[in-house]
Structure formats: structure tokens, C-alpha cells
Design a protein around this ligand. Structure first.
Ligand code: HEC
Ligand code: HEC
Ligand code: HEC
Length: 137
């Protein structure tokens, strides 16, 4: 798994240079594109309830699933910090729990894989153009 993550990061860097190259050529603003590569910290409820903040590797997911799976079908609003998510929802199969159920992806028992943030991390995008998944922030 560690190996996979390293390879993915390398790929990410390459993709980024390609995107930046086209941005420069076309003169378009590419900030919104780059935001898709970041990690999202979710900490509206976690630390308040004595759990470390959640780090959601957006890029890791968006290369595997279409935007509409999460932002339409699963109802994730497209603004960092705008979703009020509880663990009860997730265990009921909503939000992250739609996939992290031991079938599509590893189950909710793996608390520390999602609750991997360092204490005090604020809700919002982290890293803007990087992603590293668990353990980075
Ligand atoms: C698939 C990812 C994922 C896993 C695995 C996971 N959580 Fe969470 N958890 C979240 C998200 C997302 C939130 C909402 C974070 C926020 O906005 O503050 C959350 C919130 C919470 C909260 C605060 C909200 C509430 O309902 O009280 C607690 C407590 C919590 N999780 C405990 C746990 C425990 C204990 C485990 C392991 C048994 C666990 N979580 C596993 C993603 C996960
Ligand atoms: C696996 C689920 C998933 C997929 C697939 C996904 N997203 Fe997201 N996205 C999220 C979550 C979760 C958040 C954070 C919501 C929060 O913090 O409450 C988010 C946040 C965002 C944000 C807000 C960034 C900010 O700065 O506030 C944007 C923009 C976004 N996504 C765009 C996209 C686009 C475009 C795609 C497809 C290319 C996509 N997402 C695919 C789950 C997903
Ligand atoms: C549409 C399905 C889907 C949703 C929704 C989803 N995930 Fe995932 N997630 C996956 C899959 C598939 C993997 C890869 C599992 C594997 O490698 O076995 C994954 C992997 C991860 C990883 C590990 C990434 C890595 O670098 O190995 C984390 C952390 C994670 N998810 C957190 C979350 C959190 C937090 C949420 C909710 C905010 C969420 N996921 C919502 C499908 C999803």
C-alpha cells in the first residue's frame, strides 16, 4: 500500500506539470482544477468529539469515481466544510459509508485511516495542489 501511494504521488506530480503547462499555454485560470488534487480536512465534528480530524484525499478518489457519484448521488456539497457529517450517517451507509463498507472499500472499523489528521487541523482544503492521503497532515 505504501508503495502504491508513492507511485500515485509521482503520477500526480506529472499530471500537475502537464496541467500547468496547458494552463500557461492557454492563459486560463487553473486554480479550480488544482483544487481537485488537494486533500480535504473534515473537522466540524471530529475533534469536538475527541477524534482526530478526518483527512479526505480528494484526488485519490476523483481519479477512481466520477464527480457526480459523490457530489450528486451521495449528496456531498461542493464546498469544503459545508457538509455536516456524523459517524452515525456513515455507519448507515451515507457519505463515506456508501463505499467504506467492507465491499467497495475497507470498512468503517479502520478509524485511523480516515481520522488521520494532526490535532488542531482546520476544516478546509489542504495542500491545494498536492495529495498524500493518511498521515501527511
Ligand atoms: C471512511 C472514513 C471514516 C472512518 C473509517 C471512520 N470515520 Fe469517523 N468520521 C468520518 C467523517 C468524514 C466524519 C465527520 C468529520 C467532521 O466533519 O468533523 C467523522 C466523524 C466522527 C465523529 C464525530 C461525529 C459523531 O458522529 O460523533 C466520531 C466520534 C467518529 N467519527 C468516530 C469514529 C470511530 C470511533 C471510528 C472507527 C470505529 C471512525 N470514526 C471511523 C469518517 C470516518
Ligand atoms: C469520493 C467522493 C468524491 C468524488 C468522486 C469527488 N469529490 Fe469533490 N469533494 C468530496 C468531499 C467529501 C469534499 C469535501 C466536502 C466537505 O468538506 O464538506 C469535496 C469537495 C470538493 C470541492 C470543494 C473545494 C473547496 O475548496 O471548497 C470541489 C470544488 C470539488 N469537490 C470538486 C470535485 C470535482 C470537480 C470532482 C470530479 C472531478 C469531484 N469533486 C469528485 C468528495 C468527492
Ligand atoms: C464512491 C466511493 C467512495 C466514497 C464515497 C469514499 N471513498 Fe474513500 N476510498 C474508496 C476506495 C475504492 C478506496 C481505495 C480502497 C483500497 O485501496 O482498498 C478509498 C480509499 C480511501 C482512503 C485511503 C487512501 C490511500 O491513499 O490509500 C482514505 C483515507 C479514504 N478513502 C477516506 C474517505 C473518506 C474520509 C470519505 C468520506 C469523506 C471517503 N473516503 C469516501 C471509495 C470511496
Amino acid at each position: 500500500m505504501t508503495h502504491d501511494v508513492t507511485q500515485l504521488s509521482k503520477k500526480n506530480t506529472r499530471h500537475r506539470s502537464i496541467i500547468l503547462f496547458f494552463c500557461t499555454l492557454s492563459g486560463l485560470s487553473c486554480f479550480s482544477v488544482l483544487a481537485e488534487y488537494a486533500d480535504v480536512v473534515l473537522n466540524r465534528n471530529a475533534e469536538f468529539n475527541d477524534m482526530p480530524p478526518v483527512v479526505f484525499p480528494h484526488w485519490f478518489h476523483r481519479i477512481r469515481f466520477r464527480c457526480k457519484v459523490c457530489h450528486h448521488e451521495l449528496g456531498f456539497k461542493m464546498r469544503a466544510g459545508s457538509n455536516d457529517i456524523t459517524m452515525g450517517d456513515i455507519i448507515d451507509g451515507k457519505y463515506c459509508g456508501m463505499c467504506h463498507n467492507g465491499e467497495i472499500a475497507w470498512s468503517v472499523d479502520n478509524c485511523e485511516l480516515c481520522h488521520s489528521g494532526k490535532p488542531g487541523l482546520k476544516t478546509g482544503m489542504q495542500g491545494s495542489n498536492e495529495t498524500s492521503g493518511p498521515g501527511r497532515w
